[in-house]
Write a protein that binds this ligand. Structure first.
Ligand code: HEM
Length: 310
């Protein structure tokens, strides 16, 4: 072939296409006619900006929808990083800390941005459009649950009342029925599940059970325990782990609780009920739920007072 300044690139393309039995010339000709990329095609802005569909005429419903969508996008970014960290065979301490840093920064954004929604919607409008959302609830966010499954051993997500009856040999389907969040969707006297949770399980349970199994040995806590002992004592890494645990299980939970309280309690004439119908005042507080991803990294006193000093 005649010498060109692109000779090296052409050779690499040839190699790439040969590997998959493709004709390099055809692909180069295709390039001649391909459209140059634009910002809107690449970021898919048209699709993205067409996903905000109100159910009412109240303008602040748009804030509610979009803020939830922003949350789901950040949940996706978090899962993206967790997936990489947990599927790395032998992560170095630096890589581990770096990934946890990214994950925590995304969660920190969610935590510190609650006021955007809280101060961004008139309670009077919320009290009107919420009726069109019943019986849906953020409780039904699947990604939020995936983040939990991928972060810690299953036992740490089991309702405290049932922990003694569950261990690593318990079938996933049995453990599933005793996850802490079942309490929000089950009448414990009758055992009857609410429509909120029945629908949630109908859509995601199969996927959840597979994911629980996948992350059983590679969740963030397991990956930490698989590091060399000396690395497990690395102060920077331990601090990153503790920060993540606190952000997800105390700071976010409290930010969410205060938002829920402001809006639900602004209804002076209503029953104080949430759209999902849980006993939310008790259910949503970290000091009752005591959800802790990495209990071994906290002192006894910190565990005893979990969620109390906020
Ligand atoms: C005005 C705003 C909000 C209110 C009043 C509110 C209220 C509630 C309530 C009462 C629950 C308990 C289940 C139920 O009975 O529905 C809940 C659960 C939940 N909400 Fe919200 N929420 C709000 C905003 C958000 C936002 C922006 C997100 C972000 C995606 C979110 C995500 C969740 C999640 C993940 C749960 C389950 C938490 C758990 O099981 O501990 N919520 N919400």
């Amino acid at each position: 072939m005649e010498e060109t300044k692109y000779q090296n690139e052409i050779a690499q393309l040839e190699q790439k296409f040969n590997k998959i039995d493709q004709n390099t010339k055809t692909h180069l000709e295709g390039l001649l006619w391909s459209k140059p990329i634009t910002y809107w095609d690449y970021i898919q802005t048209d699709a993205l900006l067409n996903l905000q569909i109100q159910r009412t005429t109240l303008p602040d419903e748009m804030v509610f929808i979009m803020y939830h969508q922003v949350n789901e996008l950040l949940f996706k970014m978090i899962l993206w990083e967790i997936n990489q960290l947990c599927h790395t065979e032998k992560p170095t301490t630096e890589y581990f800390t770096e990934k946890l840093g990214r994950i925590s920064r995304y969660f920190d954004m969610l935590t510190t941005s609650f006021t955007i929604m809280m101060d961004g919607m008139e309670p009077e409008q919320y009290l009107k459009f919420r009726h069109t959302l019943t019986p849906a609830s953020g409780f039904q966010s699947a990604q939020y649950r995936l983040i939990e499954f991928a972060s810690t051993d299953l036992i740490n997500l089991i309702d405290y009342r049932f922990r003694a009856t569950i261990d690593r040999n318990t079938p996933y389907s049995h453990a599933f029925e005793h996850l802490y969040w079942q309490a929000a969707g089950k009448d414990y006297q009758t055992g009857k599940k609410s429509y909120l949770i029945l629908e949630f399980e109908r859509k995601y349970k199969k996927n959840f059970l597979e994911f629980m199994e996948e992350y059983n040995t590679i969740n963030i806590w397991q990956k930490f325990k698989q590091l060399p002992l000396q690395d497990q004592q690395n102060r920077t890494l331990i601090n990153a782990m503790r920060h993540y645990d606190k952000t997800v299980n105390i700071t976010w939970v409290m930010g969410h609780y205060y938002a829920a309280k402001k809006y639900i309690e602004s209804d002076k004439t209503g029953t104080g009920e949430a759209t999902g119908g849980s006993d939310w005042k008790k259910y949503m507080l970290p000091k009752y739920q005591r959800r802790i991803f990495f209990p071994e990294l906290w002192t006894q006193e910190e565990l005893d007072t979990w969620g109390e000093n906020v």
